[in-house]
Design a protein around this ligand. Structure first.
Ligand SMILES: [Zn+2]
Length: 166
């Protein structure tokens, strides 16, 4: 059974750590974590969820797509389009805060699936944006670091900066 995991909120320091590579794909704990992260993302209505957002600093993200959710383990962006696009983004670790972020329009990604099989694909538009956002989490980068403008929740962001959620 998958269970709901508590979300780590900004400005918790776990969100700023660099995540480690996954080496043991086969463990029961890891397979359970994938199920739990997926359930948490679905329940919270997120487009994606990175492991640091549930307090685990490992290179793993789950992404919500129109064809269901996918898990990307040790993901890497191999190529990025020169063309970028700006759009509004939010984050489950920064609820009710939104900002305009410039992202590459098309990216080529390699990763491992939950069985440890290597996968390669091209992502465009919103799918590419979500992957870039989630991979940033694995390096301790948040969308507010890149946002040109905070469009909603500016006051809330200032309030959150004073807190310590860890
Ligand atoms: Zn996020």
């Amino acid at each position: 059974m998958a269970k709901l995991l508590p979300i780590t909120y900004f400005p918790c320091k776990d969100l700023r750590k660099k995540s480690k590579k996954v080496v043991d794909f086969k463990s029961k704990e890891f397979q359970q974590l994938i199920l739990d992260m997926d359930k948490t993302m679905q329940e919270k209505d997120g487009l994606g969820l990175a492991a640091p957002q549930i307090g685990k600093n490992i290179n793993m993200v789950v992404i919500n797509t129109s064809d269901g959710s996918i898990v990307l383990i040790n993901p890497k962006i191999m190529r990025k389009s020169w063309k970028k696009e700006s759009a509004e983004e939010g984050c489950l670790s920064l609820p009710d805060i939104y900002g305009m972020v410039n992202r590459h329009k098309i990216i080529r990604v390699t990763a491992f699936d939950k069985q440890g099989k290597k996968i390669k694909f091209i992502a465009e538009d919103l799918f590419a944006r979500v992957i870039q956002h989630e991979i940033d989490h694995l390096r301790g980068v948040l969308f507010i670091d890149k946002a040109k403008e905070i469009t909603k929740g500016k006051d809330k962001l200032e309030e959150m900066k004073k807190n310590d959620y860890c």
